[in-house]
Design a protein around this ligand. Structure first.
Ligand SMILES: NC(=O)c1ccc[n+]([C@@H]2O[C@H](COP(=O)([O-])OP(=O)(O)OC[C@H]3O[C@@H](n4cnc5c(N)ncnc54)[C@H](O)[C@@H]3O)[C@@H](O)[C@H]2O)c1
Length: 348
């Protein structure tokens, strides 16, 4: 497969999941073009590590988007984009509660501009509409009614502005699909974890809020202790249970989703998780075992809105995309992440 006519716009491609997906696309003969404002992502990742064409800018910049998608931008080699993979978003739940306007403007407002540009360019060649693949989240499910595995048809009742912003974008994508035949894949991720086995890509968020990097940074002495929010949940060890999915497995699913929607121009929704739950205490113990280091922790009261158990049923993605997670073991995710953290002193 050559790279001609294989330009794929990757918004937020300098971030954690986006950068791993860019690499997966490159390995499958696609030509990813990253658009990122670098508010959270890292320019050196796209420039020096992935060596991918990139555009520095805001997703809501209509003219810039039109230039990139239509192939007029210098980084496009005169080729239009055949699809968009849309990761760009702000994703801090706590911040979204304090500054909802920032989340609705950035996540919803900018996504609307993206959909409008995709729609108007798709009018030029109606037989080849540009599909969008969108990063949604299990946060759109809110607090599930029970602890059973969550499938795509569970009710979606997000409980914070971040989750609501993602659900609004899902609905916009569905409405554009129904009205204008815009093909799409909505992926609802559970907890992304791990790092690329080559150890040159990893999770580098500032501030960091995700459990595994926080625990590993604590093991390396970069944080004094790990905070456990609630040890009195109705779970075997009293701490919350989550479904961790290796970031490379998420990246693989995006490539499979892209191929499917290019071929079958319809609308799809898939959960992406492992279908296995791991508790906060189990994550800490596994990190201690893998690092060989003691990890100090302290229990705090429960946080508002933390469900006891969030575990995915990803059967649909496995069946319909032929997706099989390559790294389902939490130990492997932690090993890859630890190797990356040992070599990258992120600002904490
Ligand atoms: N990390 C997870 O566990 C997880 C779980 C569920 C869903 N998600 C979703 O997946 C996506 C990627 O997550 P991530 O962890 O890689 O986040 P990230 O912050 O590492 O990456 C997001 C990237 O988007 C860029 N960006 C944000 N808004 C932008 C805008 N308006 N214009 C241009 N660039 C913009 C940021 O600079 C960053 O590089 C997000 O949409 C997030 O909501 C992540």
């Amino acid at each position: 497969m050559t790279c001609d006519f294989k330009n794929v716009l990757v918004t937020g491609g300098a971030g954690y999941i986006g950068s791993h997906t860019v690499r997966a696309l490159q390995s499958q003969g696609f030509n990813p073009i990253v658009l990122d404002n670098f508010v959270y992502g890292h320019e050196y990742i796209v420039r020096d590590v992935l060596k991918v064409p990139f555009v520095t800018g805001q997703l809501g910049d209509r003219e810039l988007l039109e230039n990139v998608l239509s192939g007029r931008h210098p980084c496009c080699n005169n080729q239009k984009c055949i699809a968009v993979i849309h990761f760009a978003a702000y994703a801090y739940v706590g911040e979204s509660v304090i500054s909802p306007q920032k989340y609705y403007r950035n996540n919803v407002g900018d996504s609307l501009v993206l959909l409008e540009v995709i729609h108007s360019l798709s009018q030029i060649d109606k037989s080849n509409p540009i599909p969008i693949i969108f990063s949604s989240t299990c946060a759109t499910y809110g607090i599930p009614p029970d602890n059973s595995k969550i499938s795509e048809n569970f009710p979606q009742n997000p409980i914070n502005p971040y989750g609501r912003s993602k659900l609004m974008i899902e609905n916009m994508i569905k409405d554009f699909g129904n009205a204008y035949n815009m093909p799409s894949v909505i992926f609802r991720y559970f907890n992304a974890a791990g790092a690329h086995p080559k150890c040159d890509l990893g999770e580098d968020h500032t501030p960091e809020t995700h459990l595994i990097p926080l625990v590993l940074q604590t093991s390396l002495g970069r944080r004094p202790e790990i905070h456990i929010y609630g040890d009195d949940y109705e779970t075997p060890d009293g701490t919350c249970i989550r479904d961790y999915i290796h970031v490379c497995d998420l990246a693989d699913a995006h490539v499979l989703g892209l191929k499917k929607v290019l071929h079958q121009k319809e609308q799809f929704v898939f959960n992406l998780g492992n279908g296995n739950g791991t508790s906060v205490q189990e994550v800490i113990k596994a990190c201690e075992l893998i690092t060989g280091l003691d990890i100090p922790s302290r229990v705090f009261p429960r946080r508002v809105g933390d469900p006891p158990v969030l575990v995915s049923s990803s059967e649909n993605a496995c069946k319909q995309l032929g997706w099989t997670p390559r790294y389902p073991s939490i130990e492997v995710m932690i090993k890859h992440a630890f190797k990356w953290h040992q070599n990258h002193e992120s600002i904490v």
